[in-house]
Design a protein around this ligand. Sequence first.
Ligand code: COA
Length: 324
Amino acid sequence: MGAVILGTGSCLPEKRLSNHDLGKLVETSDEWIFSRTGISTRRISSKGEEAFQLGTTAARKAMAMANISVDEIDLIIVATMSSHMTMPSCACFVQKELGADNAFAYDVSAACSGFLFALDSGDKFLRVEQNKKILVIGTETLSSRTDWKDRNTCILFGDGAGAVVLEYKEEERGVVASNLFSDGTLWNLLYMHAAPSCNPELEQADNPGAHILMEGKEVFKYAVKSMEGAINGLLIRENIEIDSIDLMIPHQANIRILKKLVSRLGIKQEKVFINVQKYGNTSAASIPIALDEANREGRLKRGDLLLVCSFGGGFTWGASLLRW
Ligand code: COA
C-alpha cells in the first residue's frame, strides 16, 4: 500500500537545561515557562553531538530495530535547519558516518515540518522504486541557533534527533496519505537568517549570527488553525472519522497549542502522545523522537491508525495518516 516504518530510533544529547537553569540566563521563571508552554526541561548538544552525529545514532537504532544492515539503505533524507555546514548536506555527513556506501543522500528544509515533508518524499519515492529502503531522519541542534538573551524564544527550543527506516510493502499498512501546505507570505512571523543573501561589493564575510526570531502570538494562532485545517481536510478526503484514530503524534511545540488543537478536533486526550515537557520544541526532530518513544513504549500495535501533524516556519504545515 505504501511506505511502511520498519524501525524507529532516537538520540538525545546528554546535557539537560531546566527552566530553573534558564532563570539564570534571562529574566524568567519555571512557573512562567511551564504554564505558557508545558516545557520543564530540554536537551542541549555538546561537542560531538552535532546534528549529523545525533542523526547517525538515531539512524543506527532504527536500523537495529528494523534488523537491516547499512548496506541495504538506498536513500537517506535528513530534515534539519541546524546542520553545522550549509554544504555538504547533513544527509551526506550521516551517510559518511554510517558508511552507507549504497545510498544517495540529501536534506529537506521545511523547519518544524521537515520530518513530515521528508516522510512524504520517502513514501512517494518508494511508490516508484518499490524494492528500495530509505532512512528518513529529523535532527536539530537549535541551541546553536537560539539567542540565549531573548526570553521570548530561548525557553522554547531543544536539541535531538529521530529516525525511521522505510520500505514499500504490498500490505494494508504504511503511509496512507498526506496533506501538506506552505505559505511563504507569512515567512516573517518565524524565521532565521542563514547568511548574507547577496554581496555586491564583494566584502569579506562577517558573522552576524543567525538566530530564530518569532511573533509568538501570531505563530500560536496560525499553528492551531493550520494543523486543524490540514487534519480535517485529510480525514474528509480519506473518509475517516476522528474516532478511528488510535494515536496522534503532533509536532511538540507547546502544550497550549496542542490542547487547543485537541479540543477543536474532538480527539480524546489519552490518544495524543505528548513529550514536550522533556525536550521542548526540537523542530524537525520532534515527531520522530515522539514516534520512537511511543513505539518503544508499546503504544502502537499492528493495524493501528496513526495521525501525525506539524507546523513550522515558512509557514509549513500538514498532516499524515499511517496504518501501523
Ligand atoms: N519569561 C517571563 N516573561 C516573559 C517571557 C519569559 N520567558 N517571555 C515573554 N515574557 C513576557 C513578555 O515580555 C510580556 O511582557 P509584557 O506584557 O510586559 O510585554 C509577557 O510575558 C507576555 O508575553 P506574550 O508574548 O504576550 O506571551 P504569550 O502568552 O503569547 O506567550 C509564547 C509567549 C511564546 C509562549 C506563546 O506566544 C507561544 O507559545 N507561541 C507559539 C510559539 C511556538 O510554538 N513557536 C514554534 C512553532 S513551530
